[in-house]
Structures are given as C-alpha cells and as structure tokens.
Design a binder for this molecule. Structure first.
Ligand code: PLP
Length: 408
C-alpha cells in the first residue's frame, strides 16, 4: 500500500477519535444460564464480572435451555453448516418449518428467511423497486440504516417524511402520480428513541393513496401483541400491513432475518433478490434454535408483561433519581440523554470499569450529533436488586461528571 493511501485510513480514524466517538468494543463472555451476567476480558487477560444492560436479546432467549437444546439436537442430526444457498442444497426442513411458523406469527401467507434482519430489509426494499420500476418509496426519516441502504439501492423515486409525521407523509404522497405504485416504509418501535409508529394512521393514508406498506418490527416482534406478533398485532392491524419484516436475533435470541407478506410477493422476492439468492442459507442449527424460540415466545405472554413492568420500573427509578430519561420512550427501551459524544463515552467507561455495568455509548451516526445517549434494555431477568445497583452507579458517575463539568 502507498504511504499516502495508508494515511487516508489513519486520518479517518483520527477524525473519529477527535470527535470522541471512536468505538472500542467490550470483549465479553455471557454466562450461560445466568443472563444478564457476563465477564469482561481486560487487556491483561484477566476477567471482570459485569451485568449487561444493553443487550437486544430482550427476553434472554439466547440462553433458554430449550433453545440451546434445539440447536444442539440439530447439530447432532445434520452437522454444522447448511452447505449452500437455498437453491443449492441449502433448504432444509428447519428452514421450511421456520418460514411457516413466521408466516403464522404475523398472519401472512408466506415468509422468507435471510441471514440477518439487515439483509432482509436491504434485499427486500431494493428488490421491490426492481419489480416496480416506477415505484415511489416513502420512508420515515428515522428508519434504520438497513432500510435506508435498500431504498438507496432502489433506483426509483423516494421521499423521506418527518418522523411519525402524518401531515408530512400525506403531503409527499400527493406529489406522486395517482396511478403510480407506492410503498410506505417504516418501523414499529424506533430503537434509539423507544417510541412507536402510528401504524393504523399510516395504513389509513396508504389506503387513501393506494400505497403498499412495509413495516420493520425488528424491535417489536416477540415483545408486543398477545402472541408476540409485534406492535401491529397489539394494535389489531397486522392484516392491514402488506409486508412485516423482523429479526430472529433480538427477542428470539438467535440470529437471522425475515420478511412476511402475500404469497405471490414473497415468491417474487425469493426469485429475484440477490441478497437472498446468492448467499449461503442460515445454518440448520440456527434455524432450529430460532424455531424453538419463536414457538416458546408465542406461548409466553407473561414474559412480555414482565418486560413491560421492568422497563416502567426502571424509567420511574431513573426519574426519581433525577436522571434524564428521554420522554420519547413508550416502550421497553430506556434511553438517558447525554448530548455529547465524549461525555457519553466517559460515562459508559466509568460504569463498566468502576461499577461492572455494561451499557455502550450511542453516538453519531447511530443517532444525530447532540443527542448522544445511553440506551438501557432491562429484561425480565433484571431484578430489583440489579436495578437498585444500576441506578446508584449511574447516579454516582453522573454526579462526578457534573462536578467535573462545573469545575472546568
Ligand atoms: N431493523 C432495525 C430497526 C434494527 O434496529 C436492526 C438492527 O439492529 C435491523 C433492522 C437489523 O437486524 P439484524 O441485527 O438482525 O441484522
């Protein structure tokens, strides 16, 4: 590599460091059966016990004995990998059964698996635009990077509406020719602010303007609705949404992504999406574990109730301690506003190294500059004692930070 080329890489990293948002990943080992306890590996190789407060394994399903048993059983039955793309020997009964279960979960005719939620969004949205060359896509401004990438790759008309703003959406819908195919892409739970979309109102507008709807339920699936179908199920409107997309990596605790919808549409995506066609399918053991997890989660509304109770309790405790819980959150996600990248990183480091509390800083580009935050995700397994220790630790670190700031 030429010296001047190497300097470009070094310059890019230096710029991020100067802003205080250079990412250092915590090297942790979760302790099976003791969620949310884990061990942090320190630079000298020693380990420090920590409590994880920022996992998206929202229900601890990644450590559920039956999920683990299903994964082991599949490895014993069929081995480690899938052996190919879905077309080339990569379709197993595990994949087929999981797709049937996911379609049922969302009350749809069909489902299609991808290797991650990111890939499912990127592949599906870019492919929809290929199938409808004169498509107009309307996208919420806070949509996840995976949707943005899919829409960016789609060479079609696109408009970005203000977050959850129906007036903004409607005024953009009127810009499209009445006869043009249209798609509204949005999320149910916005994972950084913890707010939810007005799904029914968006479906009303979709009907009025003849638009299809594409809903990312990545942070809602498993957690809302009687059977864990997501916020759309909770609101009784799954049937009004054309495409529901989700992940197997968060509430279901494993990995993989999917999209569900009408049979012909899913068949067309299956037949044309490069992100589905040209990549090895999920390992059968992963599909088996995910299937077990989806079945368990569907049967356990009490876990969803417990999650909601835990999140409400943590918000109340933070507020009582004078900590800035973001008012946007109406869900299981508990963000504390910090508002500065370097300060956010300092607080996160102090919590980790001084108090054994793991919550990573959320900085740009995940959230806009000036809205840096700590994002807590209490699970059904974070008990009162863990919460009390957390609030005391956060309060101590925050007070120290405030004192340093006022002395400066
Ligand atoms: N959609 C949203 C809203 C997300 O927050 C994420 C990931 O965090 C994804 C999609 C991607 O899902 P996955 O982690 O399964 O790739």
């Amino acid at each position: 590599m030429r010296q001047e080329d190497a300097a470009v890489f070094e310059g890019a990293v230096e710029a991020i460091k100067d802003e205080g948002r250079y990412r250092v990943f915590a090297d942790i080992k979760r302790e099976k059966g003791r969620f949310p306890h884990a061990r942090l590996r320190l630079p000298d190789g020693s380990e420090k016990p920590i409590v994880v407060w920022c996992s998206n394994d929202y229900l601890g399903q990644g450590q559920h004995p039956e999920v683990i048993a299903a994964l082991h059983a599949a490895v014993e039955d069929v081995g480690a990998g899938s052996g190919g793309t879905r077309n080339i020997s990569g379709t197993t009964s595990y994949h087929v059964d999981l797709e049937a279960e996911l379609a049922q979960l969302h009350g749809k005719e069909s489902a299609l698996l991808f290797t991650s939620g990111y890939v499912s969004n990127e592949a599906t949205l870019s492919t929809l635009a290929k199938l409808f060359p004169d498509l107009w896509i309307f996208s919420d401004e806070l949509n996840h990077a995976s949707m943005i990438e899919g829409i960016r790759r789609a060479k079609c008309e696109k408009r970005v509406f203000r977050h959850n703003d129906l007036q903004s959406l409607e005024s953009l819908l009127t810009e499209a020719p009445p006869g043009a195919p249209k798609l509204i892409a949005f999320e149910s739970v916005y994972s950084m602010d913890g707010d939810t979309a007005p799904i029914a109102d968006i479906c009303d507008l979709a009907e009025k303007y003849g638009a299809m709807t594409y809903l990312d339920e990545v942070h809602g699936v498993g957690l809302y609705g009687q059977g864990g179908g997501g916020v759309a199920e909770r609101d009784g409107i799954m049937h009004r949404v054309d495409f529901i997309e989700g992940t197997l990596a968060k509430a279901f605790g494993v990995m993989g992504g999917y999209v569900t919808g009408p049979r012909a549409a899913i068949d067309a995506i299956r037949s044309t999406a490069p992100g589905f066609i040209f990549t090895t399918s999920l390992a059968p053991s992963i599909a088996a574990a995910a299937l077990e997890s989806v079945r368990l989660v569907r049967r356990c509304p009490h876990m969803r109730d417990r999650l909601a109770e835990r999140a409400a309790k943590l918000k109340a405790m933070f507020k009582a301690a004078g900590l800035p819980v973001m008012e946007s959150s109406t869900t299981h996600i508990v963000p504390l506003l910090v508002g500065d990248a370097a300060r956010c990183k300092r607080i996160s480091d102090a919590l980790l190294y001084d108090h054994g509390v793991y919550v990573q800083p959320i900085n740009f580009p995940t959230v806009p500059r000036g809205t840096e935050r700590l994002r807590f995700t209490p699970s059904p397994f974070h008990d009162d004692a863990l919460m009390e220790a957390l609030v005391a630790a956060v309060q101590a670190v925050w007070t120290r930070e405030d004192l340093v700031a006022s002395a400066a």
